[in-house]
Ligand binder design. Structure first.
Ligand SMILES: NC(=O)c1ccc[n+]([C@@H]2O[C@H](COP(=O)([O-])OP(=O)(O)OC[C@H]3O[C@@H](n4cnc5c(N)ncnc54)[C@H](OP(=O)(O)O)[C@@H]3O)[C@@H](O)[C@H]2O)c1
Length: 284
C-alpha cells in the first residue's frame, strides 16, 4: 500500500487528510514533535519515513498575527516549505504543497488563472508566495495547490465563527465587498488524493468549491443551513471592519488545470449544507 506523509496533520486540512477514506496509508507529523523550520529535524525525519508522496498543509496561518511577527511567518511558510521540498527532492518523491488565493492582490476584474502573475499584499501572503518559490527552487516534482476560505467541520474557521457570534450576539454585521471561493476541506482532501492518484503533472493548481460569494453571502448561507436564518445580518463595507492585515478584495481563483484532469469540486452552497450537517452531528 502506498504511503502519503501529511505534514501538519493536526491542523484543519491535515486532520481531514488523515481521516478521509482513501486507498493510501497516511502518516502524520506536526508540532511539537517535528518542526519544518528545523532542517536538521525535518529532512532526516522525512528520509526515515520514506513515504511515496508528501502533502504539506503545515503553515503559519494566522494572517493578522503575521503582520506583527513576519520572521515566524517566513520561517514556516517559506523556509520550512523549502526544507520539505529538499527532502522530497532527495527521495525523488512527489510533493503537493498547499498555498493561498492571497498571493493575488484581488485587483483583477476576472478570476485568477493559475498562470496569472501573483502580487501579494499582506505579510502572510508574501511569506506563502515565497514558499511557492522555495518549493519550486528545491524540487521539480511539485504541485502547488492554491485554495481559499478553507473550512472543515469543527475547525477554527469563518463558518464556525459566524455561528458562534450569532449565538453570542443575536445579530451580525458582515463584510459584503470581499469576494472569494469557499473551500470545504473534505472536498479538497479528496481532490488532493486524486491529484496523487492521477500522477498530475507538476505545476500550479487552483482548487476550491465551485462558484464565488461575498463574506456576507457565505455567512447568510451558513446561518440558513444551521437553521438560524432568523438571525439578522447587516452587510457592511470592509472599511468598517478594521483588521491588522488587508485581505485582497477579489482574489477569486479559476480552476483550469485540475478541471482538465476532471477535478472540479461541487458548488460551495452544497458544501456549506454538508458542513452544517456535520457540525450539528459533532455538537449533538
Ligand atoms: N485557513 C484558510 O482559510 C486558508 C486559506 C487559503 C490557504 N490556506 C492554506 O491551507 C493550508 C492549511 O490551512 P489550515 O487552515 O488547515 O491550517 P492550520 O489549521 O493552521 O494547520 C496548520 C498545521 O501546521 C502546523 N504547523 C505550524 N507550524 C509548523 C511547523 N513549524 N512545523 C510543523 N508543523 C507546523 C500547525 O501546528 P500549530 O497549530 O501547533 O501551529 C497546524 O497543525 C495552509 O498552508 C494555509 O496557508 C488556508
Amino acid at each position: 500500500m502506498k504511503r502519503i506523509l501529511i505534514i501538519g496533520h493536526k491542523g484543519q486540512l491535515g486532520h481531514i487528510l488523515m481521516s478521509i477514506p482513501s486507498p493510501y496509508q497516511r502518516i502524520g507529523i506536526d508540532l511539537p514533535e517535528h518542526d519544518i523550520t528545523d532542517p536538521q529535524d525535518i529532512i532526516p525525519t522525512i528520509q526515515q519515513l520514506r513515504p511515496d508522496a508528501v502533502i504539506n498543509p503545515a503553515a503559519f496561518t494566522n494572517v493578522d498575527a503575521a503582520e506583527a511577527d513576519p520572521d515566524v511567518a517566513y520561517q514556516v511558510n517559506a523556509h520550512g516549505a523549502g526544507h520539505v521540498a529538499r527532502a522530497c527532492h532527495q527521495l525523488h518523491i512527489p510533493l503537493i504543497h498547499i498555498s493561498t488565493n492571497e498571493v493575488f492582490d484581488g485587483s483583477a476584474r476576472q478570476p485568477y488563472d493559475e498562470w496569472d502573475q501573483p502580487h501579494a499584499l499582506s505579510t502572510y501572503a508574501r511569506s506563502k508566495l515565497a514558499g511557492e518559490q522555495a518549493v519550486r527552487f528545491y524540487h521539480d516534482d511539485v504541485r502547488i495547490v492554491r485554495i481559499a476560505w478553507l473550512f472543515a467541520p469543527g475547525g477554527n474557521n469563518f463558518p464556525g465563527k459566524i455561528v458562534a457570534a450569532a449565538r453570542k450576539y443575536g445579530a451580525l454585521r458582515v463584510v459584503d465587498d470581499e469576494f472569494g471561493n469557499p473551500t470545504y476541506a473534505p472536498d479538497l482532501a479528496a481532490a488532493l488524493m486524486r491529484l496523487f492518484e492521477l500522477e498530475a503533472p507538476p505545476g500550479i493548481y487552483h482548487i476550491t468549491n465551485s462558484g464565488t460569494c461575498s463574506r456576507y453571502e457565505f455567512a447568510v448561507s451558513v446561518l440558513k443551513y444551521m437553521g438560524m436564518a432568523d438571525i439578522p445580518v447587516t452587510p457592511i463595507p470592509h472599511t468598517a471592519w478594521q483588521r491588522p492585515s488587508q485581505p485582497p478584495l477579489r482574489a477569486i481563483l479559476a480552476n483550469r488545470a485540475a478541471a482538465r484532469l476532471g477535478i472540479q469540486l461541487r458548488a460551495w452552497q452544497e458544501a456549506v449544507a454538508d458542513w452544517a450537517q456535520q457540525q450539528q452531528r459533532i455538537k449533538s
